[in-house]
Design a protein around this ligand. Structure first.
Ligand code: ATP
Length: 747
């Protein structure tokens, strides 16, 4: 232990030296005036970004800097840690966990040691090593003294049984072999990681992001990495992981936040969400757009030159309108960009007609001038607007959802009920005030593809103001961490104005709807609708993606029942699947209870095997139905009193009676999920959909029959709810328990 501590103390000395160096270099850059050529400014900015990144990496490495070492047959000893460090002679003293030289630390098992003869896991408190354990390899493994295929079992179990904090932590020190294979899988193509609950899909996906950025920094730093999670609470749950790994350039977002300027809410009915997610909606939007491009029955009449002495009535025949439409279609431009072709065709035909009517006295220039004048005429513009209205995506969707006729015309192959699910009493055609939902976001994005930008549209002033505020915030953070008192935040921002170098690239990317990310990671991917997949494939033109999920947990009405549903259309032949098989979260006692539920989801599915026993048998408690509210409150209150610092989730069916929910929410310590402080609260009240991806020390599932009955994928919801606990599970019910939960211990 003393030897290890001496070594690690030296490592911290090197870390300090590196920090001092990076700070000095940064200070030197700040000391220089910001003038010079664009080129030299760019070089300085690039250097500054490099040093800032290095410093944040060095700061992130402080906690648990070194966590293991391996020895190989030739006696070489290598220490593994969060970053790479070298001594004064540039000799490596610490190997970055992402480097290929660190791979054996994670991959070696007693049966397949791969040249490793010894592996030690170090556990530290602050800067001190407080414990270590050695995995058995070689002879000792053969003698049966070890034999576990788990790497660093003691450290792993200690981390798994620790009380949950409400935030996910990193697992660099205890990554298991099957997880490491996923993390280090090649960058290209689409990697699908299927795995049951608690197999580490989320945490592995995040470590993969860090690994990919480390290994392919040049390629990925240019385009950024996007991580998609199911909702804002989940993103908050995971948002510490990558910064703790020294990565701050990954963008975390949910589908509902992927369309700039809109934040989709989760207020959709399941019926509407199912229809909006249907792949046919892409065609529906095209048809709706067609429906908004009007044509006269036979003809329209417009009057031009009203303000001049030469007022004239012009008849616009249907045939002329059709020719104008055809001209716009021929341009193959998005709708808004095609309008000039329609205008050109219309105005030139009309100008020629007027010239002809005047007996051919006009030359070509006169005709062209006349056409230009026509275009400026108010009634001509109104005509163009009727034939080919300029539209924003918001306007297109508002028009569609607000008109039964348009819905009927654009959705002939949907049922009456499906069309009715989309109909809404909206405000005016500008779409202002319409609360866009998560399921609307892929439609808005699809509409934006069809329409193209409105002519003359630039970043609105509002967005500019927001960007400025953000830059200022970022500058303040930079200065707080590394500031030297020589420059203030405003000056720092103004030095970068126009060069945008202060804001991380990936963040800027998220504000640009047309940005193509270098790699996209999708978590809880089974929840995504076909329309959401279309959106994501547009954001990832290189089709370099990591998709993690569990088909047994699909709860969304338009979610997936097979991976090929989502992937064959856009990435046929370019996706590969790997499976994670060990459940690190849920103790064996709870997993046994879920067996029947999983069979009800799909008899072909197998549950991951639990890595440990929890010792607490899952229980059920029946409360009287006619006294449900008070009895439930009393039972929950008792559970809360016994928590002893642990965190608990109460999971109920969606659409539960408000009085029951309010009754529970009023109890001491209970917070509803839509409250931003929910993750820090000791007890959270939530639906299974909201609990997706999260975990708690204890879970209470109330009225499982209602969870099952709530919607078509209710059994999947029950499976999700039951598998959120790291320690204990209780079921409280007034209705009969479903047969599939027969294994619970009645209280
Ligand atoms: N190798 C590991 N070392 C330590 N902890 C681990 C390891 N693998 C997974 N875990 C922990 O197990 C828990 C479950 O991981 P995670 O949430 O990533 O699983 P998941 O497969 O995404 O689950 P679900 O599908 O149920 O949401 C987390 O607390 C995670 O930190």
């Amino acid at each position: 232990m003393r030897a290890e501590n001496e070594y690690v103390t030296e490592l911290y000395d090197h870390l300090e030296t590196q920090r001092e160096l990076a700070t000095a270099l940064l200070r030197e850059i700040h000391l220089h005036d910001r003038g010079g050529t664009f080129q030299s400014r760019m070089e300085r900015d690039t250097l500054e970004i490099h040093h800032v990144r290095r410093l944040s990496e060095l700061h992130a490495a402080e906690y648990g800097l070194c966590f293991g070492r391996i020895e190989s047959a030739d006696g070489e000893r290598r220490y593994i840690g969060r970053i790479a460090l070298a001594d004064e002679d540039h000799e490596p003293v610490l190997t970055d966990w992402r480097a290929s030289a660190a791979e054996p630390f994670y991959r070696a098992t007693p049966t397949v040691p791969g040249g490793v003869t010894g592996r030690r896991h170090l556990r530290s408190k602050g800067r001190t090593i407080v414990d270590f354990d050695d995995d058995a390899f070689g002879v000792s493994a053969l003698e049966g003294r070890g034999g576990s295929e788990l790497s660093g079992e003691t450290a792993l179990l200690a981390s798994l049984t620790a009380a949950r904090t409400g935030r996910m932590g990193d697992i660099v020190s205890t990554i298991q072999a099957e997880q490491d294979r996923v993390i280090r899988s090649a960058l290209g193509g689409v990697l699908v990681v299927q795995g049951g609950p608690g197999t580490g899909k989320t945490v592995v996906a995040l470590h993969r992001a860090a690994y990919l950025l480390y290994t392919h920094r040049d390629r990925l730093a240019k385009r950024g990495v996007l991580v998609i999670g199911p909702n804002a609470t989940f993103l908050r749950y995971i948002d510490q992981v990558l910064p703790a790994l020294g990565e701050s350039e990954v963008v975390l977002s949910s589908i509902g936040a992927l369309y700039p300027g809109v934040t989709g809410t989760d207020t959709e009915t399941p019926e509407a969400a199912a229809v909006k997610g249907d792949a046919r909606m892409a065609r529906v939007l095209g048809a709706a757009l067609d429906g908004l491009r009007q044509l006269p029955e036979t003809s329209w009449t417009i009057t031009v030159g009203r303000t001049s002495p030469h007022e004239e009535e012009l008849e616009i025949s249907r045939a002329l309108c059709e020719r104008a439409h055809a001209a716009a279609h021929r341009s193959r431009e998005p709708h808004n960009a095609a309008r000039p072709d329609l205008v050109e065709r219309l105005s030139s035909e009309l100008a020629l007609r007027i010239a002809r009517d005047q007996g051919g006295k006009m030359d070509l220039d006169d005709v062209a001038n006349l056409a230009d004048r026509l275009v400026g005429e108010p009634e001509f513009q109104a005509l163009a607007e009727k034939l080919w209205p300029l539209l924003s995506p918001e306007q297109l969707l508002t028009a569609l959802f607000g008109s039964p006729e348009l819905l009927a015309g654009a959705m002939p192959d949907f049922s009456e009920a499906e069309r009715a699910a989309l109909l809404r009493e909206g405000p005016g055609p500008d779409g202002e005030g319409v609360p866009w939902t998560t399921a609307d976001v892929p439609l808005l994005d699809e509409a934006a593809e069809l329409l193209g930008p409105l002519p003359g549209s630039t970043t609105s002033r509002q967005a500019e103001v927001a960007a400025e505020a953000e830059e200022l915030e970022f500058a303040k953070v930079v200065l707080e961490d590394f500031g030297d008192g020589l420059v203030d935040a405003e000056t720092l921002v103004s030095q970068y104005r126009g060069e945008e170098a202060l804001r991380p690239l990936a963040e800027r990317a998220l504000e640009d709807r047309t940005w193509g990310f270098g790699h996209v990671i999708v978590d809880e991917a089974q929840e995504l609708s076909p329309m959401a997949w279309r959106l994501l494939t547009r954001r990832c033109p290189g089709r370099s993606m990591t998709i993690v999920g569990d088909l047994a947990q699909t709860g969304a009405p338009a979610g997936l029942s097979s991976w090929s549903e989502a992937l064959d259309e856009y990435t046929a032949g370019r996706w590969r699947t790997v499976e994670l098989t060990i459940n690190y979260r849920t103790p064996a006692e709870i997993m046994r209870i879920t067996e029947g539920v999983l069979r009800a989801v799909d008899p072909a599915l197998t549950a991951p095997s639990a890595v440990r026993d929890g010792g607490i048998r899952p229980w059920s408690l029946r409360i009287p139905e006619d006294d449900r509210g008070p009895a439930l409150r009393a039972a929950v209150r008792k559970e809360i009193a016994a928590l002893d610092g642990r965190r608990m989730a109460i999971i109920h069916a969606p659409g539960w009676p408000v009085e029951l929910l309010d009754g529970l929410a009023e109890l001491d310590g209970v917070t509803a999920t839509d409250d931003p402080s929910a993750l820090e609260s000791p007890v959270v009240l939530m639906t299974a959909a909201q609990a997706k991806g999260l975990e708690f020390d204890a879970v209470l599932v109330v009225e499982p029959t209602e969870l099952i009955a709530a919607h078509v994928r209710g059994v999947n919801d029950l499976y999700v709810a039951l598998t959120r606990a790291t320690k204990s599970l209780g079921v409280i019910h007034s209705r009969d328990l479903p047969e599939m939960l027969a294994g619970l211990d009645p209280r």
